[in-house]
Design a protein around this ligand. Structure first.
Ligand code: WT7
Length: 659
């Protein structure tokens, strides 16, 4: 681990504030302290109990089949329909009039509340329409949409049909969409003409058209594109492919008979960045995933479905949106807010206004957002009544103690527990987190694995480190919502997650962590070539490949540099081709062009904060790029004594960046 992480750590570990759970919450908590021991004593029995919160068509005969590890089967022999569990069963239980989704559009006053009974009709209609478009059980459907109710409806309709969805974040480029469509061979894409971003319509359909053309030239045909009219902007139209949502879904029957699928039937594929250029399609299946997302949402937010109003600000294009907007909350019959826009539109206090208006009680967001509110000042949230809040969640990156304390103090009125939840696309649901009615929270620590989960911090040999030391974060036991494989690449699945500590059979998360004197876990960040920018996961290699695909670039190296606002920021070092140098274009112009190029290749979230044009890259004797040195430069750290750098290229490099 770098000196810098050690320094951060020293600061973190001198943090000694503790926040006890509020007495009232503790007295009525969903999950109490004895759950830890109960789960430890009989882990499978504990998970079987959690699976009972779902409605199964056929009960399982075996909780876990781990005989072909690391390929797990959970609730073997059970059959279940995820959409039925998220929608129909609440209606059947007499809660059809309960609001499932308070949708808040970006344009002020554009809102709509949808009950469970209405959601049942919508999902049934969409399932019928997708069937008419040729979608059958097992077919993949891509969803590329803004945060509108139809996105949730489309996901649930796929689940209802047993057609695995792959939701692609609306901020991704046409190229990124195309590579995902190809990788999972999507038959149909659901999209919209556009969505609203900071008060203006922003197009989506053109990217789908472009991606479709691109996949066609690579031999994969997307058969149909189902288009929601959201903004009313003009769209190119191909009658043989494009179908309007309002002309198909909204005209379809609201009657649809669902089928129950095997517990291990694929539910969805979510692409995420790995250490190589190619994104990984993380596969989640039905019974175990739904068990994990429903249980954790209930336990960690202490959800009381009759009275709580829950809001998770994530986009459905990320796993957080899957587990904690769609599957967990809806399986639990919660009432939740779904918001289309950004926190600052039309004004900076929009989120707090929404919390006040809907009386939000449970709130889940990311540290990067909290830090940006801190910067704007507390007057903005202070202008609103936030007293309805009772649990605050954080996810996506380590939350620094200052942000934690501000969140608790300013947003939570010093009363609400803050739950710092650690998990990953791969884990499907939260693994490490305080329990709001049990844990005395420490600002900055994700604390301990939740009941049912086994986590450890280990050294290079896979041995648990003593309290007060750091190492690698691993999961020691299989869990129901674990990824089942990487779509189409079992070898990469074994290699990435299970080979590092194969002897112990541990899942290697790719994060570094430390245990404090009490044995509580502090997650420090990735130990591989994965960056975390505003809670978004980006691969250094993927951005390097994007840069090198530009005709003017000969070589590039990308590092994640610590950034006070975004956690990490993308910093790129680029060597130009001789031909580009000969053209004599100004560096600033080229940098502009390259930033636009990365934006186009991957999407705006991957745009480098900084691109430095350099004549050489510092490399070790064996030819490996010295990333540590690049990070030092990117973070403008004093480089200290560099006289030991024998390599002339490294010296050349340092001269160029210090000028
Ligand atoms: C990576 C996973 C989990 C949904 C959102 C991100 C980092 C996530 C925390 C946390 C410290 C965290 C890790 C992890 N991370 N939550 N509470 N504290 N780090 O999912 O895109 O799959 O990214 O995000 O580095 O490995 P993801």
């Amino acid at each position: 681990m770098s000196d810098q992480t050690d320094e951060t750590l020293a600061n973190l570990l001198s943090e000694d504030r503790r926040f006890e759970p509020p007495a009232e919450l503790a007295a009525h908590a969903n999950l109490t302290a004895d759950a830890y021991a109960a789960a430890e004593k009989d882990r499978e029995g504990f998970w079987a109990e959690q699976a009972e919160r779902l409605t199964w068509a056929t009960k399982w005969d075996q909780v876990l089949d781990w005989s072909d590890a690391p390929f797990a089967k959970w609730f073997v022999g059970g059959t279940i329909n995820a959409a039925y569990n998220c929608v129909d069963r609440h209606v059947e239980a007499g809660r059809g009039d309960k609001v499932a989704i308070h949708w808040v559009g970006e344009p002020a006053d554009d809102k709509r509340s949808i009950t469970y009974a209405e959601l049942q009709d919508l999902v049934s209609q969409a399932a019928n329409a997708l069937t008419d478009l040729g979608v059958a059980t097992g077919d993949r459907v891509a969803i590329y949409m803004p945060m509108i109710p139809e996105a949730v409806v489309a996901m649930l309709a796929c689940a209802r049909l047993g057609a695995p969805h792959t939701v692609v974040f609306g901020g991704f480029s046409a190229d990124a969409l195309a590579s995902r469509l190809e990788d999972c061979q999507a038959k149909v894409v659901v999209t919209s003409d556009g969505g609203y971003r900071r008060g203006a319509p922003s197009a989506l359909k053109p990217a789908v058209d472009e991606a479709r053309t691109k996949t066609a030239s690579n031999g994969h045909r997307v058969e149909k594109v189902l288009v929601v009219r959201r903004t009313g902007q003009d769209v190119a139209w191909d009658d043989s492919v494009d179908v309007w949502w309002h002309e198909s879904v909204e005209k379809a029957s609201t009657q649809h008979t669902h089928e129950a699928f095997d517990s291990e039937h694929p539910l969805y594929v979510m692409y995420t960045s790995g250490t190589t250029g190619k994104p990984k399609g993380i596969l989640h299946t039905t019974g175990g995933y739904l068990t994990g997302s429903a249980y954790t949402h209930w336990a960690i937010f202490d959800l009381k479905p009759e009275t709580d109003v829950y809001w998770c600000t994530a986009d459905i294009g990320w796993v957080t949106g899957h587990s904690y907007i769609v599957y967990g909350p809806l399986a639990n019959g919660a009432t939740q807010v779904l918001y289309e826009g950004t926190p600052d539109s039309p004004e900076r206090g929009r989120w707090w206004q929404i919390i006040e208006e809907y009386g939000v009680t449970l709130f889940y967001t990311a540290p990067t957002a909290i830090r940006s509110f801190m910067k704007q000042g507390r007057e903005i949230p202070d202008a609103r009544d936030l007293s309805s809040l009772r649990v605050l969640g954080s996810v996506g990156e380590p939350i620094n103690p200052e942000a934690y304390v501000w969140y608790r103090h300013v947003i939570g009125g010093d009363e609400t527990p803050v739950v710092d939840t650690w998990w990953q696309t791969e884990t499907g649901s939260v693994m490490i987190s305080p329990l709001p009615g049990v844990t005395a929270g420490k600002p900055g620590s994700a604390m301990t694995p939740i009941p049912g989960v086994g986590a450890e911090v280990v050294d290079d040999e896979g041995r648990p480190v003593p309290n007060g030391s750091g190492g690698y974060l691993v999961l020691t036991q299989p869990w129901p919502s674990m990824l089942r494989t990487i779509w189409g690449d079992d070898e990469r699945f074994k290699d990435t997650y299970w080979s590092r500590f194969a002897k112990q059979g541990y899942y290697f998360a790719g994060d570094g962590a430390k245990k404090d004197a009490d044995g509580d876990i502090w997650v420090l960040g990735r130990v591989d070539d994965v960056m975390n920018v505003s809670g978004h996961r980006l691969s250094t290699t993927e951005i390097e490949s994007a840069l090198v695909s530009h005709p003017k670039v000969a070589e590039s190296a990308v590092v994640g540099a610590t950034d006070a606002d975004t956690g990490q920021a993308v910093c790129a070092f680029v060597i130009l081709r001789d031909s580009a140098i000969a053209e004599g274009e100004a560096d600033e112009e080229i940098v502009k062009e390259l930033r636009a190029h990365v934006r186009k290749e991957i999407g705006p979230i991957a745009t480098p904060r900084e691109i430095m044009i350099v004549p050489e890259l510092p490399k070790t004797r064996s030819g490996k790029i010295m990333r540590r040195l690049l990070r030092d430069v990117a973070e403008k750290r004093d480089l200290g004594d560099t006289s030991t750098l024998a390599d002339p290229a490294a010296i050349e490099f340092l001269k160029s960046v210090s000028s």
